[in-house]
Design a protein around this ligand. Structure first.
Ligand SMILES: [Zn+2]
Ligand SMILES: [Zn+2]
Length: 242
């Protein structure tokens, strides 16, 4: 399995794009502002993307979906695309499309599934099976942004955990326990009500030394630390998991 790091930064980073990973060229986690440009720069064929999995509706995790849908439409590359995300996903995307491209046409996006060949799957604390994988959604805690999902992806016998933004909570602990490879937001040094701190993540990495932690959504203030099972990827890096 190949995982590309499309972006590894938090909003405001001068060095890195907003966090997003691409699995086997087909499954994209998060599509915040700037992710589309990064995909182009990395010469990724966006027509291969079959699933986009969104953690929450902050701009750094979700905003480029409007341009992504329009790009497919203009290129007439509209294979079926499944959008997975928290409750309210479909309406959020329709609202975004009206806001950015509504053109005063009141019913323009009522048939959004048909127009863009989409399937929506809104998930909350549940597991769902698709043709290529099974995914478990967990409700994380990210200050006032609710809902905010984390996910455990079961694919090709591997378990991948992905958080968009979260502070320390029971669901995060479950995500860490049940995943072998953990892609975790590392925004701050010390835990706040919105974000888990690097210091706590490093404790988890020591406790779960058989797991690999990939620190994404990093601020520029987070400096690399040598710890065997902790990786600090940069934009454009890729990892193969066997
Ligand atoms: Zn957020
Ligand atoms: Zn974020």
């Amino acid at each position: 399995m190949k995982i590309d790091f499309i972006g590894t930064g938090m909003m405001g980073s001068l060095k890195r794009g907003n966090s997003s990973i691409l699995i086997n060229d087909e499954i994209l986690f998060d599509i915040g502002s700037g992710v589309l440009l990064k995909l182009k720069e990395m010469e990724k064929d966006i027509s291969k993307i079959k699933y986009i999995i969104i953690t929450h509706f902050h701009a750094d995790h979700f905003l480029d979906i409007a341009c992504f849908l329009l790009m497919r439409y203009i290129r007439k590359e509209q294979k079926e695309l499944t959008l997975i995300g928290p409750k309210g996903l479909r309406q959020k995307i329709i609202d975004l499309m009206y806001f950015t491209h509504g053109d005063n046409e009141p019913n323009k996006y009522e048939k959004i599934e048909e127009k863009y060949n989409l399937v929506f799957k809104e998930v909350e604390e549940e597991s769902v099976k698709f043709d290529d994988f099974e995914i478990q959604a967990l409700s994380l805690i990210h200050s006032t942004c609710t809902p905010c999902n984390g996910y455990i992806l079961n694919i090709d016998g591997k378990t991948i955990g992905y958080t968009g933004d979260t502070t320390e909570c029971e669901s995060l602990e479950k995500l860490i326990k049940e995943s072998r490879h953990i892609f975790i937001d590392t925004t701050v040094m010390n835990t706040t009500k919105s974000h888990i701190g690097l210091s706590r993540i490093l404790e988890y990495a020591k406790e779960y030394s058989d797991k690999t932690f990939y620190l994404i959504h990093r601020s520029d203030a987070i400096k690399k630390i040598e710890q065997e099972n902790v990786i600090f990827p940069e934009d454009g890096d890729a990892v193969k998991i066997n």
